[in-house]
Design a protein around this ligand. Structure first.
Ligand code: TYM
Length: 336
């Protein structure tokens, strides 16, 4: 059985606007890895419908995420870019893996607990089994490495556990155990309104996040109004302890400017937030504006975006189909 040695799989849900956390925690790291790995980048539209979606908005968002990948520097000729629902193997493998994933494992998933809240009985089965589909995404391609932000760590551990359970049950080293690749200086970007909450698409306040649809004025406005504390910035990283908002903004600055926290503080230590925020707006606009402009240019030609996804589907399916056939054989399904 052949195993790829360096294949990346990762994905983003096409739900609402991409934000700075998606960019710094995921997409930007992918751009840097594409030379060294065979890369498969997915737009996970099946994960998106685990919470209600408007069909037209879902279609549009799928194109937007595709355009954002390419505008951020992912090369569609080198990398496979496709939307999950086009490759039916994801759903098929998810079913098989679901038959090897005890409920106890899924009951531990903190993201489900947060999203379902107190009304667990009313939560959809799709939301509950979401991590099994995520495991299928990765294992369908026998991906070896999965670059994500910190919040996906638990899901990846589950994917490894499920892969191990499958391998043990059929007594074969079929699936490689995928390695979580959580790196960079912004693995967990926090809300601009609350340094203890993750920046997320689902936060009701648009002021909590910088998105790929914000223009320079909107970016500057959000940063100007970002929550801070009254103290000037410290000169050393240790001084950020207990100051979550300052810590987050300095981290964002560093990630955008390619500087360490110490380098940022060497420049801004002792200064007030007004100065720092001006600097942060400048660097955010400098990094994001060319990307969002290119994204809008691409979206003006949806046929181009769709053609990328179609080519991606063909390439993804060419890898997925034989793997799925092998899995079905292992499981004991008679082939047609
Ligand atoms: P999603 O769509 O919530 O987020 C996409 C990527 O962005 C990262 N991210 C962040 N990183 C840093 N700071 C933040 N505030 C922040 N918010 C989001 C996420 O960690 C992620 O890397 N379940 C996944 C999608 C998925 C997937 C997969 C990922 C489905 N199948 C297979 C990898 C492999 C999700 O909901 O990501």
């Amino acid at each position: 059985m052949t195993h790829p040695t360096n294949r990346i799989f990762s994905g983003i849900q096409p739900t609402g606007n991409l934000h700075l956390g998606n960019y710094l925690g995921a997409i930007r790291n992918w751009v840097g890895m594409q030379k060294d790995y065979e890369c498969i980048f997915c737009i996970v539209d099946m994960h998106a419908i685990t919470v209600p979606q408007d069909p037209a908005a879902l279609r549009q968002s799928t194109r937007e995420v595709t355009a954002a990948y390419i505008a951020s520097g992912i090369d569609p000729d080198e990398c496979v870019i496709f939307n999950q629902s086009t490759v039916s193997g994801h759903a098929e493998l998810a079913w098989i893996l679901g038959c090897h994933a005890p409920m106890g494992w899924l009951n531990r998933m903190t993201q489900f607990k947060e999203k379902a809240g107190k009304k667990r009985d009313q939560a959809m089965i799709g939301l509950y089994s979401y991590p099994v589909l995520m495991a299928a995404d990765i294992l369908l391609y026998k991906a070896t490495d999965v670059p994500v932000g910190e919040d996906q760590k638990q899901h990846l551990e589950l994917a490894r556990d499920i892969a191990g359970a499958f391998n043990r049950f059929y007594d074969v080293e079929y699936f490689p155990l995928p390695e979580p690749r959580i790196f960079g200086t912004a693995t967990r970007v926090m809300s601009l309104r609350d340094g203890t909450a993750k920046m997320s698409k689902s936060d009701p306040s648009d002021m909590s996040r910088i998105t790929f649809t914000d223009d320079a004025d909107a970016i500057a406005g959000k940063i100007r109004r970002a929550k801070t504390d009254p103290e000037p910035l410290p000169s050393e990283a240790a001084g950020l302890e207990g100051r979550p908002e300052a810590d987050n903004l300095v981290g964002i600055y560093g990630a955008l400017a390619g500087q360490t926290v110490d380098e940022v503080l060497a420049e801004f230590g002792g200064k007030g937030f007004a100065d720092f925020k001006r600097g942060l707006s400048d660097v955010a606009v400098q990094v994001l504006s060319p990307i969002t402009a290119e994204m809008q240019r691409m979206l003006a030609d949806p046929a181009y975006v769709d053609s990328i996804l179609h080519k991606g589907y063909e390439r993804a399916n060419a890898i997925a189909a034989p793997n799925l056939a092998e899995v079905k054989e292992l499981v004991g399904f008679l082939a047609r």
